[in-house]
Design a binder for this molecule. Structure first.
Ligand code: AMP
Length: 277
């Protein structure tokens, strides 16, 4: 496995892989790798010959009061995980390497970046779209893999790729849960908080059951979901929303494909999860 810290060395390795006729994939991550990331790597290995994992904690996508400084960076362990899972190249650049000049350009995907996490994290998706565009330009993959756990992110990236005619395919892989949707931020939780955090997926399961039983009134479903979260312990609900899975517009009655998504702060972590029905 190769490890590159500079854009120039990534380009060199990619050119060699292309010359050898290999198909290339990219799995963009912020590191602190876990079974969710590994599921993406495995999917990438199935579809392509040369899997690139980027590990970069992107400062611009964190708000001023968010956890950029304390975000876990266990790079040695991450490299071991990549090596054990057949990754061909890890790109682990410094902040200076990725933001090497004035950076007056950004990618702003409109509308679908406004609700959900866009409302609670202003500027977040502009930063995510911009860093992904940069990574796509550097690695030039045939396919990039994203997780359904970050549903809005995957939708935004797909839209950007379509709108800007970027020559790659986006594949979205299912959310991996161990009761709770696995996340690098779960490390912030103690065992009591982890147990409490199970309420996120429980509330999504409750919503699924209600829909299956014929209930279509989204306000009624959201009320029940809130109840489950409140009963589990002290938490701040950023949002619980039922929205059109394509446009991300709010839905009053479930009569189409919907995304049920929630973000809840169980201090000290902000957790998200979602299902599509
Ligand atoms: P992150 O390192 O948190 O930025 O995540 C990198 C990629 O892994 C994103 O596409 C995430 O959606 C995906 N991912 C993170 N956690 C999970 C999970 N539990 N299941 C599936 N994909 C995940």
């Amino acid at each position: 496995m190769k490890v590159a810290n500079t854009i120039a060395s990534v380009r060199k390795y990619i050119a060699a892989a292309r010359r050898a006729g290999k198909s290339i994939s990219l799995v963009p991550t912020m590191g602190a790798l876990h079974i969710g990331h590994v599921s993406l790597i495995k999917a990438a290995r199935k579809k392509t010959d040369f899997v690139v994992v980027s590990i970069f904690v992107n400062p611009t996508q964190f708000g001023p009061k968010e956890d950029f400084k304390k975000y876990p960076r266990p790079i040695k362990k991450d490299l071991q995980i990549c090596r054990a899972n057949g990754v061909a190249l890890v790109f682990n650049p410094s902040v200076k390497q990725m933001y090497h000049c004035e950076n007056l350009t950004s990618v702003n995907v409109k509308k679908i970046t406004e609700p959900l996490c866009g409302r609670c994290r202003p500027g977040h998706f502009r930063a995510v779209a911009t860093i992904c565009a940069k990574l796509f330009n550097i690695v030039q993959p045939d396919i990039a893999f994203f997780g359904q756990k970050d549903a809005q992110q995957a939708i935004v990236i797909k839209q950007m790729v379509t709108d800007l005619d970027m020559p790659l395919k986006i594949v979205v892989c299912p959310t991996i849960r161990d009761g709770l949707a696995v996340s690098s931020r779960n490390k912030y939780l103690n065992s009591r908080q982890k147990k409490q955090a199970l309420c996120l997926y429980e509330s999504l399961q409750k919503a699924k059951k209600m829909v299956k039983s014929g209930i279509t009134d989204t306000a009624k479903i959201i009320k029940q979901m809130k109840e489950i979260i409140r009963k589990a312990g002290p938490a701040k609900i950023d949002y619980i929303e039922i929205i059109d899975a394509r446009t991300l517009e709010k839905v009053k009655k479930i009569d189409r494909k919907v995304l049920i998504a929630l973000a809840v702060k169980i201090s000290p972590a902000r957790l998200i999860d979602n299902i599509v029905l």
